[in-house]
Write a protein that binds this ligand. Structure first.
Ligand SMILES: C[S@@+](CC[C@H](N)C(=O)[O-])C[C@H]1O[C@@H](n2cnc3c(N)ncnc32)[C@H](O)[C@@H]1O
Length: 425
């Protein structure tokens, strides 16, 4: 750690924000904060009420912390007016491990203007690049979504939850290292499979990318309704942004559908314009199995051919149903045929005649036709069915128990007929 830089006066500037030393000129604003919103004051000022103690903090405690290399309390100011809009502090400075903790708070009326992200970026860059620190820690309450977004935008990475660490409440630990360089190279659009619904059925790679991505998009039916992939994504990152995808529009490429695909592609292209390097789009199950990601990727490629499109595989609903129902999907030489009932009942009936294991998707409203076809083929008794796998209201059971329409999120497995161990080898 370079202590001489740490001790020097600080003045850092971004587009809208200045991070600078606190001075006696800030006293009036400080008094107003003490009166109206004391909860945003730095820890060391909590409970301080009188003018004399405030002046002592400003003129003695803050400079001493910096002089002795243990903390620096700075003002976040509006760049146009230089008025105090919040505080940024680096504390628990540890010269042995070259690490510190960062905290910040903004006044009520100035939130949502980008001051927090700019201030945190300025402070973290200064500590890591100029002061020679190696690691900065940031802790936030697990429900403080806004703070988590700010941390992620400022290049901090989520490490995990510290149980009961903040006045008995759980905290999320983020950190940024001096060696965390932003990835360069081409801009990337990544379709991430997040599995059918159980947040534990997400790959380590998917979690890493969800946390590292600059923008995380989740498809939804309407902006005020949570999406199917969204609840899984929110277990791992606070930065899920909804894009309307007309998911349940029927009848091919409808006008509404095409407009939704175009709008989502435009959002991705805009994110790249704004400087994002990696945009991810989360999709239930696997992104290469009946996923909306395919249409988004085509739209983005058309608008910007240099975008690298990648996918991260996810566990499909049929795999999850196989596991939850104890059904083997394939043995030996057996085929597995996956049929969406939107292709018509005839396709399903043909598969029951020719295929070994048959899996059906997208049959919610046509469940009785499916049951009739199974009966006709003499395969009803072996078939298993699962609805809302891994989600609230999950149901797994024999297909023979299906009675009327079932949820859209329903999957059916008709296993190959097996008579002896290894008989299909
Ligand atoms: C548009 S497809 C998406 C498939 C998904 N990409 C996959 O890899 O499994 C939607 C169909 O997947 C199946 N599905 C997806 N998630 C499911 C879940 N949680 N429970 C049961 N079926 C599910 C249903 O058959 C549903 O109609």
């Amino acid at each position: 750690m370079n202590e001489s830089v740490f001790r020097r006066p600080v003045r850092l500037t971004a587009d809208r924000t200045i991070v600078r030393q606190l001075t006696l000129d800030d006293a009036e604003a400080l008094v107003s904060i003490v009166r109206t919103e004391p909860e945003i004051l730095p820890q060391t000022l909590q409970g301080v009420h009188d003018a004399e103690a405030l002046a002592h903090w400003l003129t003695v405690s803050v400079p001493n912390g910096q002089r002795f290399g243990v903390s620096v309390h700075l003002a976040i100011a509006d760049r146009e007016t230089d008025t105090l809009v919040g505080f940024l502090g680096l504390f628990r400075v540890d010269a042995t491990h070259d690490s510190c903790e960062v905290g910040y708070a903004l006044r009520q009326g100035v939130r949502g203007r980008g001051h927090a992200t700019e201030a945190l970026l300025l402070g973290a860059d200064w500590a890591l690049n100029d002061c020679g620190l190696h690691r900065i820690e940031l802790r936030t309450l697990t429900d403080n979504i806004a703070s988590m977004r700010v941390a992620e935008k400022a290049g901090f990475r989520r490490e995990g939850v510290q149980r009961g660490a903040g006045r008995r409440q759980d905290l999320v630990m983020f950190s940024r290292l001096a060696t965390d360089v932003p990835a360069d190279g081409p801009v990337r659009l990544v379709g991430i499979g997040v599995g059918p619904g159980d947040p534990e059925l997400v790959t380590a790679k998917a979690v890493r990318l969800l946390q590292e991505a600059d923008v995380v998009l989740v498809p939804v039916l309407a902006l005020d309704e949570p999406g199917r992939a969204e609840s899984v994504v929110r277990e791992y990152t606070a930065k899920a942004e909804r894009v309307v995808f007309a998911l349940n529009d029927r009848g091919g490429v409808t006008e509404k559908r095409a407009a939704a695909w175009d709008a989502a592609a435009a959002r991705v292209l805009d994110a790249f314009e704004q400087g994002a390097r990696t945009v991810v789009f989360a999709t239930i199950g696997d992104p290469n199995v009946y996923s909306t990601f395919t249409y988004l990727a085509q739209g983005v490629r058309a608008g910007r051919p240099d975008v690298v499109v990648e996918t991260v595989p996810g566990i499909t609903a049929m795999q999850d149903l196989a596991a939850r129902s104890g059904t083997v999907l394939a043995e030996g030489t057996e085929s597995v045929v996956l049929v969406p009932l939107t292709a018509g009942n005839g396709t399903f009936q043909d598969a029951l005649q020719t295929g070994d294991t048959v899996v059906a998707y997208k049959f919610g409203s046509r469940a009785s036709e499916v049951v009739d076809a199974l009966k006709d083929a003499g395969r009803l008794d072996d078939a298993v069915y699962g609805a809302r796998l891994g989600l609230p209201g999950e149901a797994v059971g024999p297909a023979a128990a299906i009675d009327g329409p079932v949820p859209y999120l329903s999957t059916l497995i008709v296993p190959g007929r097996r008579t002896s161990r290894g008989g299909k080898l």
